[in-house]
Design a protein around this ligand. Sequence first.
Ligand SMILES: C[S@@+](CC[C@H](N)C(=O)[O-])C[C@H]1O[C@@H](n2cnc3c(N)ncnc32)[C@H](O)[C@@H]1O
Length: 242
Amino acid sequence: MVSVREHYENHLARYYAWICGGAELNIAENRNFFKTHKIQPLETGRAFDLGAGCGFQSIPLAELGFHVIAMDLSARLLGELKNKAAHLPIETMCDDILNFSIYARGNIELVVCMGDTLTHLKALQDVEAVLLQAYAALMPKGRLILSFRNLSQALEGLDRFIPVRSNDDTIFTCFLEYQKETVRVHDIVYEKKKGQWAMRKSAYRKLIISPQWIQNQLQHVGFNIEFYNDKEGLIFIVARKK
Ligand SMILES: C[S@@+](CC[C@H](N)C(=O)[O-])C[C@H]1O[C@@H](n2cnc3c(N)ncnc32)[C@H](O)[C@@H]1O
């Protein structure tokens, strides 16, 4: 078992955009999501993307006119973001999102933490710390958008083997081991080079965040939940600072 940073830097980052279906598809989906929820810069236009990865949310937000600070532990994924979006107002910050408040100085109107980043934190106390920091950083009526995988229904037996994506040269499979509060995620890749298949593997831990717990925490911190949807195992929440 390795840390999240090691897992991404040494293993997952190089396949990440591909296993998600490609950058264009994901950027287009987020453009739609932000349009549907009328997300646009209103005053300062300052936004933070926590766990930005290669920019599936930062890019559409910057296109809408936000000045985005994209935070992530993976220098490799932030490098991909910079390559794709050099023309857009996005600043990258290679740091832990638990240090978010160090960089957040006033007048922030939007914080997003989307695409399952929250489940990468070590403990529910860390999730709570991110919610508290987001609340403190946001302007009155500022919005926080979360999306993450609902891992609270444990898969069993052979259903724990997930065929993520494959083509002629690469096969990416995920194996999930459910524990009480976490899930061990094993990412196994076969790659064909000069006619020979070679296997690469790495595992890390994800946190189980229950839908009820996150809603209670958001309300406890002081957010109003304006939108909640559990779509094919992915939870989407738009919350607003009171
Ligand atoms: C599943 S990816 C989501 C990336 C992007 N938001 C998306 O939708 O594609 C999770 C990202 O969170 C980052 N990450 C995980 N834990 C983090 C932490 N504590 N601080 C900063 N980044 C973190 C990982 O490096 C990875 O890029």
